[in-house]
Design a protein around this ligand. Structure first.
Ligand SMILES: Cc1ncc(COP(=O)(O)O)c(C=O)c1O
Length: 395
């Protein structure tokens, strides 16, 4: 099949809910993609942060092969070894919590919100979430996503959500009440434009949750599994949350999500209260174990810090050269370039030159390369962006 034939197939049989670029990707290896027309693309936004250790990491591929030959799926009627091992690895790298496994970030957030309602007292049913946050597309997670564009056409949203401006401590105080079950925020807003929570904001959430008997839930779907230089984004702060959710990079390309809760809170999910048919299946868990081992064997947390700093230097140099870059934000390999103009055409011009980046919130370019990115690859990416920005009005 050629590119046009594949697109025609989609037009006829696949629901058009994504704005797709007219390329068919056939192969991914490390930080590179290949399309059906033979183009090679340097991927600085691999799988929207799913391929956190690059495409088709050999350790993950090998773990999937080995597990596929033993036991692909086993329902939660029984125990299986990879699920237990993965829960232990995650718990030991976070706050000693217990895990529930599912298949996506939205599902992990659903699980967290259900647990918060079930664990807290009856009058507590409300969630406080932050403007520009992103938590997924299922009904509760998209209601938690305080961005009107994602609610358009789906009203009314679920009851019980209070939205506050991100990093606004006064608004947080005002929003809290005896009805608050939990606060749900991202430590660094990803889709919202790479915006970090301040230490004071995190501490205030912790204090108010303790004061009101509410739970602090951190959505680590994008920040989790090492991209910021620590296993989880909250580890850059002095606070410990009650619940974290994760997905994306956890499976190295295989669908898996997880919620981790402090053991005494996790105890509220007794049999029959929540479930997922595929959740914690051996194949996905084996892949996730391989991801964690690969990160540790190659010191990829350190690499995220080093290559993150290097990327920042390169991008800072471009900022000095091009006024269209207002400033640069982020941590480790989660980097946003705040532009003074919309960024879609820059992204598209970069892709034409073989570089994939992303634009969010209309004018924030996202650089989120994998943790195995090299300085040479960053140089190549920066050179392409330099070239594209240098053409200025031709974009
Ligand atoms: C912070 C955050 N939470 C939740 C989600 C939803 O994850 P999923 O698409 O796997 O449901 C995303 C997806 O981009 C995300 O960035």
């Amino acid at each position: 099949m050629n590119t046009q034939e594949v697109i025609a197939l989609f037009d006829e049989y696949v629901i058009g809910n994504y704005g797709r670029l007219p390329r068919v990707i056939t192969k991914g290896q490390g930080n590179w993609l290949w399309d059906l027309d033979g183009n090679k693309i340097l991927d600085m936004f691999p799988g929207w942060a799913v391929s956190g250790i690059g495409h088709c990491h050999p350790k993950v591929v090998e773990a999937i092969r080995a597990q596929a030959g033993e036991l692909l799926h086993m329902d939660n009627t029984f125990y299986n070894i990879p699920q237990g091992k993965l829960a232990q690895l995650l718990s030991e790298r976070a706050f000693g919590g217990k895990c529930f496994f599912c298949n996506s970030g939205a599902e992990a957030n659903e699980a967290a919100m259900k647990l918060a309602r079930r664990h807290t007292s009856k009058e507590k049913y409300k969630f406080i979430t932050a403007e520009r946050g992103f938590h997924g597309r299922t009904f509760a997670s998209v209601t938690a996503t305080a961005q009107p564009k994602y609610h358009d056409g789906f009203l009314p949203m679920l009851p019980g959500f209070d939205y506050v401006p991100f990093n606004d401590i006064d608004a947080l105080h005002e929003a809290f009440s005896e009805e608050t079950a939990a606060v749900l925020i991202e430590p660094i807003q990803g889709e919202g434009g790479i915006r970090e929570a301040t230490p004071e904001y995190m501490q205030t959430i912790r204090d108010l949750c303790d004061e009101y008997g509410a739970l602090m839930i951190l959505d680590e779907v994008q920040t989790g599994l090492g991209r910021t230089g620590r296993w989880f984004g909250y580890q850059h702060y002095e606070v410990t949350p009650d619940i974290i959710t994760m997905a994306k990079a956890l499976g190295g390309g295989v669908a898996i999500g997880a919620m981790m809760a402090r053991p005494q809170i996790a105890a509220s999910l007794i049999p029959g209260t929540h479930a997922s048919t595929f959740g914690g299946n051996p194949l996905a868990c084996a892949a996730a174990i391989a991801v964690i081992e690969a990160i540790e064997e190659a010191n990829l947390l350190d690499n995220a810090v080093k290559t993150g700093d290097y990327t920042r230097q390169k991008l800072d140099a471009l900022k000095d050269k091009y006024p269209v870059i207002d400033h640069i934000r982020g941590k480790g390999l989660m980097i946003g370039l705040q532009l003074t103009t919309p960024g879609a055409e820059i992204v598209s011009a970069c892709l034409d030159k073989g570089l994939r980046i992303n634009c969010t919130q209309e004018n924030v370019l996202r650089f989120m390369p994998s943790m195995i990115v090299t300085t040479e690859e960053i140089d190549q990416a920066a050179a392409i962006l330099d070239d594209v920005l240098g053409r200025g009005d031709q974009i």
